[in-house]
Write a protein that binds this ligand. Structure first.
Ligand code: BMA
Length: 335
């Protein structure tokens, strides 16, 4: 497979994106039917290794339309899920009014320096979605830092370590006034509470591109020998609605603002029935991925059509080989 993936030049079809990620035949692996209590849908899960098992923190939409987060744990990350009998992490509107209409789309990062897992999630406030952070050690007790951005902002995750002496947060503010696209930004902090030094990290393309006008981060950045691996979505508006597809980028390890590579083609898009049809058609939306060093596999956990949870599997070395052959983006394009 690797040989095919490293075509000499980039361009239409040259990079064989469709061979990079494989969907197991068990897909979708989790849906509302598996849930121990009545829910509408389960999707967009965060994923992390915890005590030797795969832990998903799943976005669960109840039958009012509000979301909360519930934990599902499995030894092999495919089957035998043990799902909490009730919500694991619920909105707390009384103390955090920004969580009025629920909490959504978590991303988990292990912060070795403070020995805590950071859960970065979308709080659905009356003024629109914004980014909140909570810290946990055991996925039972969650200590909220609270809202760290203004609305409208979402699709956020932390880098796993300080870089240039600061914590770095990727997020996706929607700036209404300019109407020139919705881009991925990065901000820095000393304490995870107050964020500044805001910069555009990746910009949406324009025109006919699959990632024209609106992009956002998916799982947290993954540190690799070649750089920070980024999986992001592009939202293409068509006459029939929006199509959510995924692309990859690679950022320099000690200066993530330097984008080393970015795929021209999307590497995963809605193809299967469970991705094409659901509460929201034509969506693949991961919030977590897990690297398995023994097999070099990366397992991507994604929401399919805002209705169920599926997996796509690849090998890290195949992804890095693929990216080495992708263009280095023109960084003057950003603003
Ligand atoms: C995005 C997010 C995701 C959702 C997707 C498709 O804006 O809100 O939670 O999966 O839209 O509906």
């Amino acid at each position: 497979m690797v040989k095919k993936l490293i075509a000499k030049s980039s361009g239409v079809g040259k990079n064989f994106y469709h061979e990079l990620f494989r969907r197991p035949s068990d897909n979708p692996i989790l849906s509302a039917r598996a849930w121990p209590y009545a829910v509408n849908t389960v999707f967009n899960p965060a994923a992390i290794m915890y005590q030797g098992k795969v832990l998903l923190l799943v976005r669960v939409e109840d039958r009012r339309g509000f979301s909360h987060l519930t934990k599902a744990v499995s030894l092999d990350g495919m089957k035998g899920w043990q799902i909490d009998q009730e919500p694991t992490f619920e909105p707390d509107e009384k103390h955090y009014p920004e969580e009025k209409w629920g909490i959504e789309d978590p991303r988990i990062t292990w912060l070795a320096e403070i020995k805590k897992y950071a859960v970065v999630y979308t709080a659905y406030s009356a003024s629109g979605p914004l980014v909140s952070i909570a810290l946990t050690e055991d996925f039972k007790i969650f200590n909220r830092i609270g809202a760290v951005t203004l609305p409208e902002d979402k699709d956020a995750a932390l880098f796993s370590r300080k870089i240039q002496g600061k914590w770095w947060l990727i997020h996706r503010p929607v700036i209404q006034s300019r109407g020139e696209g919705v881009h991925i930004w990065v901000s820095q902090s000393n304490d995870l509470v107050f964020w500044g030094n805001h910069k555009i990290l990746l910009s949406a393309r324009s025109g006919a591109w699959w990632d024209a006008n609106k992009i956002g981060l998916n799982p947290p950045p993954m540190e690799t020998e070649d750089g920070w691996l980024i999986l992001y979505h592009g939202v293409k508006k068509t006459a029939a609605g929006s199509i959510y597809r995924l692309g990859l980028a690679l950022l320099e390890l000690e200066n993530p603002l330097h984008v080393l590579r970015r795929t021209d083609e999307w590497i995963l898009g809605p193809e299967k029935k469970y991705e094409r049809e659901g509460d929201v058609d034509d969506v693949v939306f991961p919030c977590g991925w897990i690297y398995v060093p023994e097999t070099d596999e990366i397992k991507v956990y994604y929401g399919a059509a805002d209705t169920s949870i599926a997996i796509a599997v690849t090998k890290k070395q195949d992804v890095l080989a693929f990216l080495r052959n992708c263009p280095a983006p023109d960084e003057t394009d950003r603003y």
